[in-house]
Design a binder for this molecule. Sequence first.
Ligand code: THU
Length: 130
Amino acid sequence: MIDNYQLLEYAKEASHNAYAPYSNFKVGACALYDSGNYYKGCNVENSSYGLSLCAERNALSTAIAAGEQGKLIKLAVFSENTKMCTPCGACRQWIAEFSKGHNVEVIMESQDSHCAIYSINELLPLGFNL
Ligand code: THU
C-alpha cells in the first residue's frame, strides 16, 4: 500500500495538469482505496467561474467512473501555491459521501513540508447525511 508521502506526490503530479487559467491556482488530488487502487484529479476551471471543478471531486469522480468498488481510505490534496491546501466545503461534503461507516483521512502538505493528516469527521463535523 502506498504511503502518505507517495500519495501527496501523486497529488502534486496531478496538480501540474490543472486547467486553471483564471485563478492560476493549480490543485491536485489523489484518492486511495482499500483495493490499493488510486485515482488522480486536478481542478478544471471555466470562463463561467462558478462551473469550475475542484481537484478532489475530479479524483473521486474518476474513481467512480473507473468502477472502483473498494472503500475510500485516504485523499491527498496538493497545490504548489500554498502549504496546507485544505479541501473546500463542497469537497468535504463529497469526501464525507464516500466515508460512510468509516473515517477517511485527508492528507495535506504541512508547513514544514511533511504530511498533515486530518480525518473527514474533523474537517466536516455534523456533515449532512441521508
Ligand atoms: N480548488 C480545488 O481544486 N480544491 C479545493 O478544495 C479548493 C479550490 C480550486 C478551485 C479553483 O479552480 C481554484 O482552486 C481557486 O479557487
